[in-house]
Design a binder for this molecule. Structure first.
Ligand SMILES: Cc1cc2nc3c(=O)[nH]c(=O)nc-3n(C[C@H](O)[C@H](O)[C@H](O)COP(=O)(O)O)c2cc1C
Ligand SMILES: Nc1ncnc2c1ncn2[C@@H]1O[C@H](COP(=O)(O)OP(=O)(O)OP(=O)(O)O)[C@@H](O)[C@H]1O
Length: 318
């Protein structure tokens, strides 16, 4: 899969079947959309393409307002999003920098400069609620008209539901925030996980008896707390572990979010390796403890809960 930062230059443009959106989490609604794009690309001999935005448009507007609490939490980082798009058969992704000038494009400028000139779109699919252009003034009807004028075909995807609710990134965020992983996984169509490279921590964990591998989490995640997890990427089988995702109020006050994972009975150096941490169950919220012995006792208790979970799962499987 080819990834373009901004519109491809003239030589790299190719006629495409396209969809547009944030695709945070690549949930089942997104997957249905991507399958239709792939099928259209095959049928018409086009590249299957996705245009997505970085930062998330609502993140951009929250920054502008100076109120970061208005930015949506992130289900997935860009690496995970690109991996999911590739897994869903997409040939090229345009990661458009969402900026003031991009946000100011009128619907007409967006269709002419971006869709037609910049991307050579021949077939376009969006959700039936799709809006675009400055102040979200463009809608599906206007896209249909632009398609007739410039010679591209527009289709909409009927809403993909889970029971009586629309599957959306917002619904996944709510489920993750509540620690409801079964529900989140049902909306996502795959287990919720965060991936990244292992970085160096403060090395305090090993003195507490709980060495952890640490992953940077670049955006505000949709969940925080202490979790039972399993780690992929270090051995053939996923490794059972307990993890903390948050700002570690007992030992730090920088507000930096970190995912720290203590893998049971494991003593390998894995700095720099890429791992995927799959979330299985929430144990508790993160706490600010009065001192390190109290923190250590809490981690000890978390580890016992997680070990009991894995022991039960092993016997249930027999
Ligand atoms: C299972 C688990 C639970 C944790 N719970 C908390 C917590 O409630 N509050 C907190 O401030 N830090 C918590 N931590 C983070 C520890 O403060 C951190 O792992 C320790 O300081 C080691 O940091 P280091 O990896 O940078 O050496 C937890 C870590 C683990 C592995
Ligand atoms: N359940 C769904 N059924 C059909 N189309 C969907 C569904 N969810 C999203 N889409 C479409 O997928 C494209 C990308 O969606 P996008 O990620 O921007 O929205 P979302 O999942 O609804 O997220 P949020 O909840 O943050 O608004 C859009 O065209 C959108 O209309």
């Amino acid at each position: 899969m080819k990834v373009f930062r901004g519109l491809p230059n003239a030589a790299a443009r190719a006629p495409c079947a396209l969809t547009i959106g944030n695709f945070d989490g690549v949930h089942l609604g997104h997957q249905a959309l991507l399958a239709r794009v792939r099928a259209a690309a095959d049928r018409l001999g086009l590249e299957a393409a996705v245009m997505t935005f970085e930062p998330h448009p609502r993140e951009f507007f929250a920054h502008k307002l100076g109120d970061l609490s208005k930015a949506p939490a992130r289900i997935a980082n860009l690496r995970d999003k690109l991996q999911s798009l590739s897994d869903n058969g997409i040939d090229r992704v345009i990661v458009e920098h969402f900026s003031s000038s991009f946000a100011a494009l009128t619907p007409q400028e967006f269709t002419e400069k971006v869709l037609v000139e910049g991307l050579h779109v021949k077939w376009l699919m969006v959700g039936d609620d799709f809006c675009y252009g400055a102040r979200r003034a463009g809608n599906v009807q206007m896209l249909l008209e632009a398609g007739q004028k410039y010679g591209f075909h527009v289709e909409t995807l009927p809403t993909v539901m889970n029971g009586s609710t629309r599957i959306s990134s917002s619904a996944v965020r709510e489920a993750l925030h509540a620690g409801e992983f079964e529900h989140a996984d049902a909306l996502l169509g795959h287990p919720y996980a965060i991936s990244g490279h292992v970085i160096h921590g403060q090395k305090l964990g090993r003195t507490l008896g709980f060495p952890t591998l640490n992953l940077r989490v670049p955006h505000r995640p949709a969940l925080s707390g202490i979790f039972i997890v399993q780690v992929h990427g270090l051995s053939a089988q996923p490794l059972p572990a307990v993890a903390s995702l948050g700002v570690r109020p007992t030992v730090e006050d920088s507000g930096r979010v970190l995912l720290e994972v203590h893998i049971f009975d494991f003593a390998q150096n894995c700095y720099g390796k890429q791992v995927r941490v799959e979330f299985l169950q929430k144990i508790r919220d993160e706490e600010k403890y009065v001192d390190l012995p109290t923190l250590t006792a809490a981690i000890d208790n978390d580890a016992s809960i997680a070990r009991a979970f894995f022991a039960k799962r092993a016997t249930d499987r027999i």
